[in-house]
Design a protein. Structure first.
Lengths: 399, 304
């Protein structure tokens, strides 16, 4: 029976190759096939601030690719699941997607906190997984931290805080030479505490004296006592490494208390939701971003206009990274020579092809480093006080 | 330190107003209405939606927000509490049914996005938003190194007036006497001709309205409205406040609110930020060990 199926499969492949179309990228024809992908995102819960945009960006890319003939003729199907920002749920859903739904590759999860459970699982089950918004440390290549063995199947197209925060501090220090700072950090969240650690490790290089590290809980209702503590030290800079509505709340409170210094942050700043919530209090708050909406190069301008047309609103960094993720996988799949009959083999071929991706994306020219991390231009942006951002500097990747 | 004491008073007022609603229901029914935190959030969310999505004035929106909470109070009584009371279910059943309702309310708001089923209620999903900055005049004064923000300063008298009105209602009106009678012994009250169901309904509705007002004030003062504002930290603090003050005691809830605010701030100043919540709850633990009835718990006649 099995042999018959293999022979039938081979025959079908032969026929398809003979009469099927070959895509523009020139790979094997996948006519009539479906590349089944899964997105594991936080649509609800704390990560619900980011997950929906990632999903919308991905769905836009899927629509575009399927609408223009697919990947060498194959359609992409994207199964989106909500992990409710919960680590345990995230791991459970990942397992279902990999083992039961037999998906070829996964995208996500939204939060670094969940990634520490999901990524080792995908690695173990030899399934490529592409992180689209996780920026914490020990995501790539050491997904099994504290083990230092590089994970083969885990990739990331989101700009890690390890790159973003130091780039931002360096750029601001060169501009304004601040001498003192205070760090406000949510201690019970991996993303936030990782960011805080990076700030503490970086400031010394630029002669910034960190006067105090003020820790609080991410669920804290009232942040004003912490802000009072920070403001009373009269620092030049307040560093904020936190998620969701926290950065905006801190900015509003600090401005109300009369502090006029500079806010510096990480990826937690990089969504219009935060900029909008902060309003005029956020004016000038700087962060390093993987993406800038105002970039006019073709791959970004096309993305921005298509997104606006489909959803009636502006995309943000998370949408751009979600969109890029699908483009990366589509490009890798087109070159991978997939068989669609041997799932473990296909997963491995896809993984190998992902390592050599080199495409233009809304984030700029995109490649992976040998550690499977993102290699791209970093955009230093600042909040414009009315829900948007303006570009301050552009930092090219070091080769 | 001065600024920190002010911070404590501002947040203490909101804790107190929130906890008063909690304790009111506990005093009458001897059950914790754990949907109270969701009602608190709903008040803020509906008011925000009316202002931003339906272009209503802030006053109209507040009335709408509180009205939504009153309706939710009716739901709590008719769906979660009364059917269980009829079947003489144990208090834990009511606790669970109110938790269930809280989860449903939070999930409904969380699902609210443009084009979704709940878009009429809320369109910002899990995001944290704030009222437009110019919605109420909010000048900031600097007095002797302290920052006084009008909105926060206003919260204190608003909360105190509401709590005084409630105190007056309970102590000096026919309704209040009925309520206290039901709290003391519902069977005896019923034999005296008091409509116990009506009293309970009024209590739950009143408590929900107060919860909604607390939610609106929270959203206004802390620039934070999201599906999670009730659940994340206010709920557990509200419980702490009523334990500190004495379960079922209204003056206790007020005193407990301010006390918890102060303890938290003192903990922050004296021991550092990462132990703030720990110290506050250690104080709560001490209170439970040394005076389990809370500050005002012994004065049974003060019970609602």
């Amino acid at each position: 029976m099995k042999r018959e199926r293999v022979i039938l499969g081979l025959l079908a492949a032969l026929v398809l190759t003979a009469c099927g179309t070959t895509s523009s990228s020139g790979g094997t024809s996948y006519q009539g096939k479906t590349i089944k992908l899964g997105a594991l995102l936080s649509i609800t819960g704390a990560g619900g601030v980011y997950g929906p945009q990632s999903r919308d960006g991905m769905l836009l890319a899927v629509d575009q690719i399927n609408g223009s003939g697919g990947v060498n003729g194959a359609q992409i199907s994207l199964e989106v699941r909500d992990d409710a920002s919960d680590k345990a749920q995230s791991a459970q859903q990942a397992q279902t997607m990999i083992q039961q739904d037999q998906l070829m590759a996964l995208l996500g999860p939204t939060l670094s906190n969940s990634a520490v459970a999901v990524h080792p699982l995908a690695e173990n089950l030899k399934t490529p997984i592409l992180a689209v918004s996780t920026t914490g440390i020990h995501i790539v290549p050491d997904c099994n931290y504290p083990s230092a063995t590089p994970c083969k199947y885990v990739f990331r197209d989101s700009l890690g805080e390890q790159t973003a925060i130091p780039d931002n501090i360096k750029s601001y220090s060169e501009d304004k030479h601040p001498s003192t700072g205070v760090l406000l950090v949510a201690q019970d969240d991996k993303f936030s505490s990782d960011g805080g650690k990076i700030v503490q490790d970086t400031v010394g290089q630029y002669n910034i004296n960190l006067l105090k590290v003020i820790k609080f809980s991410k669920t804290e209702a009232d942040l004003s006592p912490y802000v009072t503590q920070a403001v009373q030290l009269k620092p030049d800079v307040i560093f904020i490494t936190s998620l969701g509505g926290i950065p905006a709340k801190i900015m509003i409170e600090a401005r109300k208390q009369g502090w006029t210094g500079q806010f510096l942050g990480g990826n937690g700043f990089n969504t219009s939701t935060v900029s909008k919530q902060a309003g005029s209090a956020g004016m000038g708050a700087r962060s390093a971003s993987a993406w800038y909406i105002g970039n006019t190069f073709v791959s970004n301008a096309d993305f921005v206009s298509a997104y606006r047309q489909k959803y009636g609103k502006d995309p943000d960094q998370f949408a751009a990274q979600g969109y890029t993720a699908i483009k990366i996988i589509a490009d890798a799949a087109s070159r991978a020579g997939l068989t669609f009959s041997d799932l473990p083999g296909d997963r491995d071929k896809l993984r190998a092809a992902m390592e050599t991706v080199n495409i233009d994306t809304p984030l700029g020219p995109f490649q992976f480093t040998s550690n499977h991390d993102v290699k791209q231009t970093v955009w230093i942006i600042q909040m414009d006080g009315s829900g948007g951002f303006t570009l301050v500097h552009e930092i090219k990747p070091t080769t | 330190m001065g600024q920190q004491v002010l911070n404590a008073i501002f947040i203490g007022s909101i804790y107190a107003l929130f906890a008063v609603g909690y304790t009111l229901v506990f005093g009458v029914l001897d059950i914790l209405n754990l949907a109270h935190s969701a009602v608190f959030m709903l008040g803020a969310a509906v008011t925000y939606s009316l202002v931003v999505n339906y272009n209503q004035s802030f006053v109209v929106a507040c009335v709408g927000g509180v009205a939504a909470c009153v309706v939710m109070g009716l739901v709590i009584e008719y769906v979660c509490l009364r059917p269980l009371r009829r079947r003489r279910a144990p208090p834990i059943a009511a606790l669970i049914s109110t938790i269930g309702l809280a989860l449903i309310i939070v999930a409904a708001v969380e699902q609210g996005r443009p084009g979704s089923l709940f878009a009429w209620l809320w369109v910002d999903g899990a995001n944290s938003v704030r009222f437009p900055p110019d919605i109420v005049p909010d000048p900031t004064w600097r007095v002797g190194g302290l920052t006084l923000e009008a909105v926060k300063v206003a919260i204190v008298p608003v909360s105190l007036v509401l709590m005084l009105v409630l105190g007056y209602l309970i102590r000096y009106t026919q309704f209040g006497r009925g309520l206290r009678a039901v709290a003391e012994n519902s069977r005896a009250a019923s034999l005296m001709g008091i409509d116990v169901d009506r009293m309970i309904l009024l209590t739950v509705v009143l408590s929900s309205a107060l919860g909604g007002i607390a939610g609106i004030l929270f959203g206004l003062a802390l620039s934070d409205i999201s599906p999670y504002i009730g659940r994340d930290n206010v709920e557990i603090r509200g419980l702490a406040v009523i334990v500190l003050g004495g379960m079922g005691s209204i003056p206790g809830a007020v005193a407990g609110g301010y006390l918890l605010g102060l303890i938290e701030v003192l903990a922050l100043v004296l021991f550092g930020s990462n132990v703030r919540t720990g110290v506050a709850f250690a104080a709560l633990f001490l209170m439970l060990v040394l005076r389990p009835q809370g500050i005002f718990g012994a004065q049974l006649h003060e019970r609602v």
